[in-house]
Structures are given as C-alpha cells and as structure tokens.
Design a protein around this ligand. Sequence first.
Ligand SMILES: *[C@@H]1O[C@H](CO)[C@@H](O)[C@H](O)[C@H]1NC(C)=O
Ligand SMILES: *[C@@H]1O[C@H](CO)[C@@H](O)[C@H](O)[C@H]1NC(C)=O
Ligand SMILES: *[C@@H]1O[C@H](CO)[C@@H](O)[C@H](O)[C@H]1NC(C)=O
Ligand SMILES: *[C@@H]1O[C@H](CO)[C@@H](O)[C@H](O)[C@H]1NC(C)=O
Length: 467
Amino acid sequence: FCRRCQVFANWSLFAETDYLFFVNVLTFFIKCPRYGSVSCYIGPKKKKKKTDMTSLPAPMFSRNDFSIWSILRNCIGMELSKITMPVIFNEPLSFLQRLTEYMEHTYLIHQANASSDSIERMKCVAAFAVSAVASQWERTGKPFNPLLGETFELLREDLGFRLISEQVSHHPPVSAFHAEGLKQDFVFHGSIYPKLKFWGKSVEAEPKGIITLELPKYNEAYTWTNPTCCVHNIIVGQLWIEQYGNVEVINHRTGERCYLNFKPCGLFGNELHKVEGYILDKSKKKLCALYGKWTESLYVIDPAAFEAHKKNDKKGAEERKGNKAGCHDNQEVPSPAKDTVQVIPGSQLLWRIAPRPANSAQMYNFTSFAMQLNELHKEMEGVIPQTDCRLRPDIRAMENGDIDLASEEKKRLEEKQRAARKNRSKSDEEWKTRWFQQGQNPHNCSQDWLFSGGYWDRKYSQLPDIY
Ligand SMILES: *[C@@H]1O[C@H](CO)[C@@H](O)[C@H](O)[C@H]1NC(C)=O
Ligand SMILES: *[C@@H]1O[C@H](CO)[C@@H](O)[C@H](O)[C@H]1NC(C)=O
Ligand SMILES: *[C@@H]1O[C@H](CO)[C@@H](O)[C@H](O)[C@H]1NC(C)=O
Ligand SMILES: *[C@@H]1O[C@H](CO)[C@@H](O)[C@H](O)[C@H]1NC(C)=O
C-alpha cells in the first residue's frame, strides 16, 4: 500500500537473486507504479525465549531483536535488484536440503515394495505423497535459495536410501533430485520449480514439476505433482501455512489412480489441513477412500462407509455452524484444538506424522530428520564435492547463530554468482549442469531433469567454485 498515492501497488518481485521460494516469505519489497518508491514489508513475529538441549549448534535468533528500520534504511532508494533479503527470515537449510525431507517416511516406499497387491502398493504410495509435505507444517523460515551448481547428497543407511540433488537452473530456479533404495527396491526422482503468486496478504507457491516413483520389482512407475502451498499473513498477523489442490497419483502400468484433494481451509475453518480422496481402478471405479490431515495422519476405508459417514457428518456440521471462525488472511492461526482426525470405525491407519523433538520451537520448528540435514561428519570431509550445501558458509554461519556473518556471506555468494554469470555471458560460455540433464519424463511426456549418473563414484574434478 503506497502511503503517497493511497493505492495498492502492483507487486513487483524485487531481487533476481532471491526468489521467494516455495514457502515462508516474511519480507518483500514492492515498488509503487506511480511514484517508484520502494516499500518493504515484514511480518511481525512472536518469540519465545528458552534454552534447552539443542540439536543444532545454536537456537534461532529472535526476529524481534531485528529492527525493521535497519532493513528499510538500507533498501530505500536502492535499485530493486540490488536488495537482498535479510537472512534473519531464513532457516539454516538450503532449498535442496529441504526437498530431501520428502524422504523422511521412506519406510512407506519399502512397504509398497513389499506388497504384492497393486492397490496395497497404491495406498502406500499415496501415503508417501501426503507424508512428503508434512514437514512443511509450521515451518515459516525461508530456506536459502540454492546457487546454480549447488548440490546436496544424503546417504541414510538406516532408512535404506541415498539421494543426490542439484540446482540445475537459476532462471527459473529449478532443483532436481534423484533418490534410490540401497537394495534397489525403488527409484524416486523429480524436478521442482515453484511458481509464485502474490495475493496481497499471502504468497502462494505452485510447485511445478513432476515427481516419479519407480518400483522395479513390479515394473511400475507412479507420478504426481505436489499440492500448492500458501503462506498467510505475510504482512501482519501470525504466519501460517496451508496446502491445497488436487494431487493425482497415477500408476502407469495398471492405470490405477489415486485422487487426493488437499482441502483449502474453508469458510468455517473446519476443513483445515484435511486431505480426502479415492483410489480408482482403470475403469474409474472407487476401490477405497482415503482421508486424514497432512499435518497428522492418513487413513483408508471402504468408500461406501466413508460416504455414509460424510452424509451424517454434514448434517451435524450444519447444526454446529455459525460460531466457528474461518481462516481468512486476517484471521489468527486456526486453532490446533480442531486439528484432529475423526477416525471412522473400520478404518486402517496408513501413516502418522512423527512428533517433533522437544526443542523444535527454538530450532525453526525442524523435525528430527531436518535437524541432521546440515551435519558435516568427519568422514565426509574431503569426500563430498565442494558444491555440497554443507560447505555453504552462510548457512553454516546461520546455524551457528552468527547472523552478521551469515548475512555477509550470503551477500558475497550472491555477488559471486552474479559475477560468474556476467563472465559467462561475455564469453558465450554456457553453464553445464553436472549430474542431471534435461529430458522428457519417461512416463509423463512433460519436461523433466534426469539423473545422468556417476555421482556416487566420487571422482569429482573441475567442479565449479561457487562458494
Ligand atoms: C522388495 O520386496 C520383495 C518382496 O516382494 C522382497 O523380497 C525384497 O527384499 C524387497 N526389497 C527391499 C529392499 O525391501
Ligand atoms: C513454529 O511454530 C510455532 C507454533 O505454531 C509458530 O508460532 C512459530 O512461528 C513457528 N516458528 C517458525 C520459525 O516457523
Ligand atoms: C571471470 O573470468 C576471468 C577470466 O576468464 C577470470 O579470471 C575470473 O576469475 C572470472 N571471474 C569469475 C567470478 O568467475
Ligand atoms: C503429466 O503430469 C501433469 C502434471 O501432473 C498432468 O497434468 C498430466 O496429465 C500428466 N500427463 C500424463 C500423460 O500422465
């Protein structure tokens, strides 16, 4: 809202280096179309202070200690592309590391491999698709934008997989990943390109890009796309995250599908976080109903029992209506008291979210899985490539609680990336991705990025110097 001309300005995304990624934007800058003045908005944050056992080296820095004016002072009158997002609104993980959180519930894929019936497998895969977005719950810290050529690997022998990801494009920002079961029971890959829309008080991120799961034992491939993620109250009020939209998991061998509807919060707030859907056979006959919440759990039941229950529930809901608050933008965070799945008798549990560790609130609301992502073990030194996120100095500094250093380093890395790009454009040299190449998804004809192999041979030469 421009204070001079008293109108809402057109949102104009400010910094090419700092895409407001996927989730969790607290600050953004707009330029008034009439006066060209730049305004900077920051969502206020509540902060609890507590020291406790920590799994990261330092608890998070209070965003309240950070003055809005110190940002405003620095950005007014500046060219929009020169403004960098203050690091204080980040969480100490790269977007590549955040993507890896899809793998937290890998046991569901092993379960799919172990099921001889294709519908049982579809249940596991659908549960995996829902569980993959569960880590986003209450995570309002913005991950660091990966630099072009940045990579991340994760080898989890205990969970039975290894994963490699690479930032394959800067404009638009595309992250590609490839995971495989250590016993060759699955391959899971995809490329993500979040497309952002601003709606005044919220930011919506539509995750373009296809996710593919292959189960070689059954010669099966499943594909889907993640739901849309929306962060509310980016200007005032408490931030909260919603995911909505339709996700269609397709088994390309059998033609079976699972439709999942991630419900928007709804007028009365009672649909919040809900997921519902059906598994259909090739002829579109409903075989099972799925329901639950992506923040909590997912159940499966016979479709007739599910529809009977819904009919009853609708009657009840109409009677209860009226005093319930909805969850529009200006609303407070919807009450967690409503946040429990009502289990219909005869249902089978497919997945339940793991509780967050006790210190999570001081640690950016990380899950236990996320806490370990940036750990640099002794054995990794000299083994992982120099492009690995764990070696990124800004993320490391933020993890250690050194905000000033993190901020300086982030700025330096962004400038270095810009300089390198300028250099390349002068010499007509093209950027070459290292571990992935663009191609057609083998199951869905759309464009994708496919792993070209070789990463785990660990012979890294001529890697770009991006840090
Ligand atoms: C995959 O499933 C088959 C049985 O269907 C089993 O023999 C095999 O060990 C499973 N692989 C893994 C890694 O669990
Ligand atoms: C963590 O979750 C709490 C509870 O919903 C929320 O108030 C807080 O803002 C979240 N913190 C971050 C960094 O997202
Ligand atoms: C740009 O190119 C020059 C000469 O090719 C090289 O010396 C310099 O290090 C390059 N700078 C960056 C940032 O890549
Ligand atoms: C490919 O994926 C897109 C996005 O999920 C979907 O809309 C489309 O129907 C898929 N095409 C095929 C052939 O599966």
